[in-house]
Design a protein around this ligand. Structure first.
Ligand code: DQA
Length: 141
């Protein structure tokens, strides 16, 4: 399960100097290609709504093997998403396009990182590819 958080639907047009020209469609196509080659099921969602993301994670228990999430701005604020990840106990990889440690101070704190298997930050669209690989490696077999 790949989750794109708020405003990531605007990629390609949004703060191009930070996030580049890559669109969410480009990212999703990268991931779909990998999933096809590896014959793995892939579900992708984008939501601007914290509650919708919390609900989707909650419904994943027992059904989803691994989660890749870019929580976007909710990275820095959402106890609810953190608690959802902690509750379902599914290996989760946190990804960011930009290096969140090289920007404003408020971005340096991730509420998600302590409940994630790990975090990949700063590699643009590659962050998601690396995140998917890491998530597959973390699947409990
Ligand atoms: C982001 C970084 C966040 O701080 C920001 O709010 C985003 C995108 C990234 O992918 O670099 O929306 O998660």
């Amino acid at each position: 399960l790949v989750i794109h958080g708020p405003n990531l639907n605007l990629l390609g047009k949004r703060e191009v100097s930070v996030y580049g020209k890559t669109t969410i469609k480009d990212i999703d196509n990268d991931l779909k290609k990998i999933a096809k080659a590896k014959k793995i099921g892939l579900e992708i969602m984008q939501s601007d709504h914290e509650g919708e993301i919390v609900e989707r994670i909650g419904r994943a228990k027992g059904k989803i093997d691994a989660i890749v999430i870019n929580p976007a701005a909710y990275t820095h604020t959402s106890v609810a998403i953190r608690d959802a990840i902690s509750a379902v106990d599914i290996p989760t990889v946190e990804v960011h396009l930009s290096n969140i440690y090289a920007r404003e101070d408020f971005r340096r704190t991730s509420l998600i990182a302590p409940v994630a298997k790990g975090q990949i930050s700063g590699f643009g669209r590659m962050s998601y590819i690396l995140g998917l690989e890491a998530a597959l490696g973390a699947v409990k077999r």
